[in-house]
Design a protein around this ligand. Structure first.
Ligand SMILES: NC(=O)c1ccc[n+]([C@@H]2O[C@H](COP(=O)([O-])OP(=O)(O)OC[C@H]3O[C@@H](n4cnc5c(N)ncnc54)[C@H](O)[C@@H]3O)[C@@H](O)[C@H]2O)c1
Ligand SMILES: [Zn+2]
Ligand SMILES: [Zn+2]
Length: 390
């Protein structure tokens, strides 16, 4: 089959690889009909998150069941499904608490309680490096889906792929931000990062009746898109982002926002000083966006961290967190926990997801797709690829 294979930083190609096969009774093989590129894929693409051997990328995918393992009774050949990005068994201690990202069975080689830099990681994820199970991903013609009696959700025929694809990751992820932020009505929610995750967080904040939703980004076209598809307010980050912190305080009687969501992570736009600091401290990337969130949140407020941070950082502002009494929550989104509720919202027409798509391409153009998404060229916001197109 054909698939998007990463072989090193910025080396992604459309290659021929072996077809996936059923390895366990609980597997299905899916024929992929739509797959998207996530900001998380960009961390592997840049080399910010390392992958030592070639692997098929992709954890946002859906398709049609092609082959069913003997132990899967809820799915049949021909069913059309979306698949949550965490690979989760559905039976362990963490799965039974709706924490699929911490599944004790899906990452047997590298799993552990510590959460170290290169050891003792969380549960498996599709197409997300050997540290997270080494599973081949769904930017491919076909993909093996383990624990298929637990993860995949059938989707109604009257909804298109574009309408439901983002239930695999970014919609539940954005929703997790406002859920962790305990948004229940009237709050001021500031979201840092107007990429796909930030946009979905904004849509989710409105679903949960936030009083005011503010999106922050360094790139104007992303803010324009955010305003167009969510109706939020926007702020352009300048310099070190002090302007944004001041503006958010100005909007909130000097207090700061109730909730500040970090939807950027460790690879924000960086200047020479940021890059030098990272080298001196032996760090990767920067925590400048998290620092801005901690400054812009009000005392006693909540900072949900959706953006990925894969390493340790010196000068972490623990004193500020303590003084302000800030609640910080972080991690991979528990997609399985929210996906059914959120599919319901899509079916009811309470939320529209496909208006963030800027590019629809054949999978054969995957190298170009990663390039424009990373460089933010051609007003790229979200790329959806179809492996069936030439
Ligand atoms: N926790 C999870 O389960 C989960 C799921 C999906 C994605 N993610 C992570 O969420 C983050 C965002 O993903 P995405 O798909 O939206 O990707 P993205 O890279 O398109 O979005 C990041 C956005 O941040 C903006 N940005 C850069 N520097 C900034 C700054 N200083 N201030 C404000 N904005 C800035 C960029 O212009 C871009 O629009 C990534 O780190 C990704 O890995 C986490
Ligand atoms: Zn993702
Ligand atoms: Zn489990």
């Amino acid at each position: 089959m054909k698939a998007a294979v990463i072989r090193g930083p910025r080396l992604i190609s459309y290659d021929t690889v072996p077809d996936p096969v059923i390895k366990d009774d609980r597997d299905v093989i899916l024929k992929v009909t739509a797959t998207a590129i996530c900001g998380s894929d960009l961390h592997i693409y840049t080399g910010g998150i390392l992958q030592p051997r070639p692997i098929v990328l992709g954890h946002e995918f859906m398709g049609i069941v092609e082959e069913v393992g003997a132990g899967v009774s809820n799915l049949q050949v021909g069913d059309r499904v979306v698949v949550p990005f965490p690979v989760a068994c559905g039976q362990c201690f963490f799965c039974s608490q709706e924490l699929p990202g911490h599944c004790e069975n899906s990452n047997p080689e590298k799993y552990g309680p510590e959460g170290g830099l290169l050891t003792q990681k969380g549960g498996g994820m599709f197409g997300y490096t050997d540290l997270y199970g080494g599973y081949d991903g769904g930017q491919a013609e076909y993909v093996r889906v383990p624990y298929a009696d637990h993860g995949p959700r059938k989707v109604p025929d009257n909804l298109t792929d574009d309408q439901v694809l983002f239930l695999t990751d970014i919609f539940p992820t954005g929703y997790t931000g406002v859920d962790w932020g305990e948004v229940s009505g009237g709050e001021v929610v500031a979201i840092f990062g107007a990429g796909p995750v930030g946009l979905m967080a904004a849509k989710s904040a409105f679903l949960r009746d936030a009083g005011q939703v503010i999106l922050v980004d360094t790139v104007q076209y992303r803010l324009d898109k955010a305003a167009a598809v969510t109706g939020c307010e926007t702020l352009l980050w300048e310099g070190d982002g002090e302007n944004v912190v001041e503006l958010i305080r100005d909007l909130t009687r000097g207090r700061g926002a109730d909730v500040c969501i970090d939807a950027v992570g460790f690879e924000p736009d960086r200047n020479l000083l940021d890059r030098t600091k990272a080298i001196v401290h032996l760090e990767r990337g920067s925590i400048k966006v998290l620092e801005a969130c901690l400054s812009a949140v009000r005392r006693g407020g909540i900072v949900p961290i959706l953006g990925v941070y894969p390493t340790t950082y010196d000068n972490f502002p623990l004193g500020q967190i303590f003084d302000k009494g800030v609640i910080v929550k972080a991690g991979q989104a528990p997609v399985h926990k929210h996906i059914d509720t959120l599919l319901g919202y899509v079916e009811e027409g309470r939320v529209v997801l496909d208006d963030i798509i800027s590019h629809r391409l054949p999978l054969s153009q995957v190298a170009h797709a990663y390039d424009i998404f990373k460089k933010k060229e051609d007003n790229c916001v979200k790329v959806v690829m179809d492996p069936r197109l030439e």
